[in-house]
Design a binder for this molecule. Structure first.
Ligand SMILES: Nc1ncnc2c1ncn2[C@@H]1O[C@H](COP(=O)(O)OP(=O)(O)O)[C@@H](O)[C@H]1O
Ligand SMILES: [Mg+2]
Length: 366
């Protein structure tokens, strides 16, 4: 059992409030990801769980035990840092064994644990090498191995993949998922990268300015973002936002902006009571803007003529950067679209997947 509970956890550095009253339960054996922009308080939160940073207010429990005053070495956790922090003059074996030796573990036991971890991570052939004789990916695995040998109840990982190139990051993501399955331990993983969060997390905690915005499954933070920040932060290319107003005529609701007017489907209209005549922020993901030729169905009401600003050919798909009048919009369309900049491009909005955000609270209304 290794449940981690944060109760109203706050961290102040002088006048700077880095973490503001976070309440969060990380379940036993869960892979929890903290994601948010740089400086939002992810590392500080992780360091408080590790015991490397004092808690200004609130309580942290590991396995129902209050650990506010428990030193890091007695918390049964292991942390993998972004920098790996390997000892340059020590072999892979010694790097992995170091913490166990300090803790007084017997040589035979250390040998076994290092051999197991090395096997799991594909490092068995590299145990005598020095860090400088390893590739970035291998160094990263040594840093993980050093954490594994301690059989921690909780793994804390702070942006462990950020020093790897793009291809290696994808491979290592898959390895980390396997590792989590094999080890069956609780993991708290920090990243600023929404793709990493989506692909690794069983649940994702989205943080902004030290405050928890939403804690949910990857599909829910993507599909049902609670506010405009989460909606814009999760997903790539990001959600399109268009400022406009909600209008009501003959009991039908519509969204209107300078460039166009869209009828809101009946079943979504119920959420808009009270917004008649008000300014709102409309949101739609690039995946829900379809190019007309490849759309399964076309509803004339939602067809809009745009102009191609520029395009990015991805091979398997094309990102069309469009303008409807002065309004910029990105659509993810089929790979065969190669409409040239300046040409007309007709799109259909998937009105089942629209979002409306309150401009004052930023909360999702639809
Ligand atoms: N030791 C420190 N002293 C003063 N301010 C700090 C310290 N560590 C972090 N901060 C501030 O706390 C905020 C959160 O930082 P951090 O937790 O490192 O963010 P993240 O890991 O999400 O990028 C930032 O504004 C940062 O400048
Ligand atoms: Mg950080």
């Amino acid at each position: 059992m290794a449940r981690v509970l944060l109760e109203n956890v706050t961290k102040k550095f002088g006048d700077v409030v880095a973490v503001k009253g976070i309440n969060l339960e990380i379940k036993d054996k869960e892979f929890m990801v903290f994601v948010g922009p740089s400086g939002c308080g992810k590392t500080t939160t992780l360091r408080m769980v590790a015991g490397l940073e004092e808690i200004t207010e609130g309580k942290i429990y590991i396995d129902n035990k209050l650990v506010n005053d428990t030193p890091p070495k007695d918390r049964n956790i292991a942390m993998v840092f972004q920098s790996y922090a390997l000892y340059p003059h020590m072999s892979v074996y010694d790097n992995m064994a170091f913490g166990l030796r300090l803790g007084g573990t017997k040589k035979k036991e250390i040998d076994e644990r290092v051999a197991n971890a090395a096997e799991m991570l594909g490092l068995s052939e590299l145990l005598t090498r020095l860090p400088k004789q390893l590739s970035g990916g291998q160094r990263q695995r040594v840093a993980v191995g050093r954490a594994i040998v301690r059989n921690p109840k909780v793994f804390l990982m702070d942006e462990p993949l950020s020093n790897l190139d793009a291809k290696l990051r994808v491979q290592t993501r898959a390895q980390l998922q396997n590792l989590h399955r094999n080890l069956q331990t609780t993991v708290i993983y920090v990243t600023h990268d929404q793709t990493e969060a989506m692909t690794l997390g069983q649940r994702i905690a989205v943080i902004l300015n030290g405050e928890l915005q939403q804690v949910d499954s990857p599909l829910n933070v993507f599909g049902k973002p609670v506010n405009r920040f989460v909606a814009g932060f999760i997903g790539s290319p990001p959600m399109n936002f268009i400022k406009g107003s909600i209008n009501k005529a003959n009991s039908h609701y519509s969204f209107e902006c300078g460039g166009f007017k869209l009828e809101i489907p009946e079943d979504l209209s119920q959420y808009l009571a009270g917004y008649e005549g008000k300014e709102v922020m409309f949101g739609i993901r690039p995946t829900d803007i379809w190019d007309v030729p490849s759309s399964a169905w076309i509803d004339r009401r939602f067809t809009i003529d745009a102009k191609v600003d520029f395009r990015e050919l991805m091979g398997s798909e094309t990102y069309m950067y469009l303008k409807i009048g002065a309004i910029p919009l990105v659509a993810r369309v089929g790979a065969l679209n190669d409409a040239a900049p300046g040409s007309k491009f007709t799109v259909v909005f998937n009105m089942r997947k629209i979002y409306i955000f309150d401009p004052e609270t930023q909360k999702a209304v639809i």
